[in-house]
Write a protein of this length. Structure first.
Length: 129
């Protein structure tokens, strides 16, 4: 089964979360995680949470240290990024870091929908009798 994997350009854990929140508040223009900035305020934005819940495939969220531990060959990939995980567990790029820097939340949701519609074929209607 396919799955979207969203990877934040931030480390996991409470310390990382506190540090990231402080960075967003003090110097938002230099904050290195555009995915965090557009999908989170103090917590996950409700419209993003609803969007993820309504997707036709599952989603997974990782931090850069988790990505490096699980997929060390991707540790040099610019982050944040979104990958598509295939049924064999292989990751392929879905949305690159450069694309995430230039969009807002609405743009991200539209881009995810657009790319998913290309990858996931709607079932054919049943033949009429």
């Amino acid at each position: 089964m396919q799955q979207l994997v969203f990877v934040y350009n931030a480390d996991a854990g409470l310390f990382g979360a506190v540090l990231d929140l402080a960075h967003k508040l003090v110097s938002p223009t230099t904050y290195p995680c555009s995915l965090c900035a557009i999908t989170y305020g103090v917590r996950m934005r409700p419209e993003w949470k609803a969007f993820i819940a309504g997707l036709p495939i599952d989603s997974e969220f990782l931090h850069r240290d988790e990505l490096a531990a699980l997929y060390p060959w991707l540790s040099d990939t610019p982050l944040p990024a979104v990958f598509m995980k295939d049924r064999h567990g292989e990751l392929t790029p879905f949305i690159a870091a450069a694309e995430l820097k230039s969009i807002d939340l609405t743009g991200l949701m539209q881009l995810v929908e657009q790319r998913l519609s290309i990858l996931i074929q709607a079932p054919s209607p049943a033949p009429r009798r």
